[in-house]
Design a protein around this ligand. Sequence first.
Ligand SMILES: *[C@@H]1O[C@H](CO)[C@@H](O)[C@H](O)[C@H]1NC(C)=O
Ligand SMILES: *[C@@H]1O[C@H](CO)[C@@H](O)[C@H](O)[C@H]1NC(C)=O
Ligand SMILES: *[C@@H]1O[C@H](CO)[C@@H](O)[C@H](O)[C@H]1NC(C)=O
Ligand SMILES: *[C@@H]1O[C@H](CO)[C@@H](O)[C@H](O)[C@H]1NC(C)=O
Ligand SMILES: *[C@@H]1O[C@H](CO)[C@@H](O)[C@H](O)[C@H]1NC(C)=O
Ligand SMILES: [Fe+2]
Length: 439
Amino acid sequence: MMKLNTDLKMLLPLFIVYSLLSPCSATDYFQPEQIHLSYGENVYDIVVTWTTYSDCKSSVEYGIEHIALKAHGNTTKFIDGGSERRVMYIHRVLLSNLTSSSKYVYHCGSDLGWSGVFWFLTPPDESKWSPHLAIYGDMGNENAQSLARLQEEVQRSVYDAIIHVGDFAYDMDSDNARVGDEFMRQIETVAAYVPYMTCPGNHEQTYNFSNYRARFSMPGESEGLWYSFDMGPVHFVALSTEVYYNFNYGMKQLVKQYYWLEEDLKKASEPENRKKHPWIITYGHRPMYCSNYDFDDCRQHSTFVRSGIPVLKWFGLEEMFYRYGVDLSIWAHEHSYERLWPVYDYKVLNGSVNQPYQNPRATVHIITGSAGCSERTDPFIPNKPEWSAFRNSDYGYTKVKAWNDTHLYVEQVSDDQDGKVIDNIWLVKDKHEAFNNLK
Ligand SMILES: *[C@@H]1O[C@H](CO)[C@@H](O)[C@H](O)[C@H]1NC(C)=O
Ligand SMILES: *[C@@H]1O[C@H](CO)[C@@H](O)[C@H](O)[C@H]1NC(C)=O
Ligand SMILES: *[C@@H]1O[C@H](CO)[C@@H](O)[C@H](O)[C@H]1NC(C)=O
Ligand SMILES: *[C@@H]1O[C@H](CO)[C@@H](O)[C@H](O)[C@H]1NC(C)=O
Ligand SMILES: *[C@@H]1O[C@H](CO)[C@@H](O)[C@H](O)[C@H]1NC(C)=O
Ligand SMILES: [Fe+2]
């Protein structure tokens, strides 16, 4: 006993010096930061997610116009995979059964520290809603050129939600995940006001996508790797294209996603579901087609995502999309914008020559990965392929508005040209059904 006490006394100064020098000193940090929203199982369920660096409870105080209610949630300890093994606490609180057409205010935290007050709007009755979204991929901390325009538009309530189609921060795990923290702080300016829906890209793959899985809260049971949700007339399906390229984490994920997707599309295609949410829109990071001047897989004829894994040709998605009549597929990865004619297996299947997007006979693909990142933008090969309709390498992002069951509007905004709309189409469908029924 005596001996131990003496040893401890001798160690005490050492311990103090260590505490002062250590980068992960035990200083408590309970202040919420990196606050962002996402949809829960429906659009009247909002999940608030944030980070603290010390362990504490998770609460949100909220209400219509003023704070009146309180909800409690979960705190999860996240240890980054980098050499410092940095620890952070991810807080998740579900605000459920929200009232439609309302402006909610909220703040989050615990008795040890609260955030400032943010707000969000809830949609009207879903059957009378024309949701409007900003969609893009490949936005980093450095050179996030589109972010300022998005911040401004979000404050003017232009959007109901934002979809970020993979590749964040460059990279979230970099500098012992400090780059991830910085990115999440940067997007708080939009993501604390509208649901920020995501899917993983290749830049998230380090430590088995752990930063991605820890920091975002998407619906479903896959930790945000694949899931679906409905917004008014749209059934959105998020996919991980990375399961086709990251076999170092096993092939199980690929198989799981594939069978989940088939089930999800089958369910979405049941007549009563398709009637409620006629548009099926998928998003995933790496495209099936592209005409960029690089060596990415989308330049190959038999893209893994499109035709399946090499040699065996299993788990390809194009045929499945065709079979369930996926209306629109949105991709990123290429740092540019490209719109395709309706295409299936390299065959252009326009609705008609003059109205290619009116009752098209195949899925329409759009690649939108030019939001802005340190890797700049990607050029195109000189001769535009027959299936490619429009291409542009300006920084920018895509806006999608599902007006109703028959009309969906897509436009591309160039940030380089001060917000100019450089491309737009109306996708018009009298009927939403499997494309192979049309033959
Ligand atoms: C909190 O954790 C429980 C159990 O894991 C889970 O069922 C619940 O959905 C979580 N709540 C939130 C808001 O994530
Ligand atoms: C949802 O809120 C309404 C009032 O706004 C209430 O009547 C209803 O019971 C609530 N439903 C659930 C499942 O909590
Ligand atoms: C990677 O993470 C997933 C969960 O997203 C898990 O199911 C899988 O087992 C992990 N793989 C490895 C090799 O750690
Ligand atoms: C599809 O429509 C566009 C626009 O009208 C036209 O330029 C193109 O040639 C059409 N392609 C086919 C294969 O019909
Ligand atoms: C659907 O929206 C389009 C574009 O706003 C409009 O022209 C059309 O009349 C609408 N259709 C119905 C049935 O409301
Ligand atoms: Fe990428």
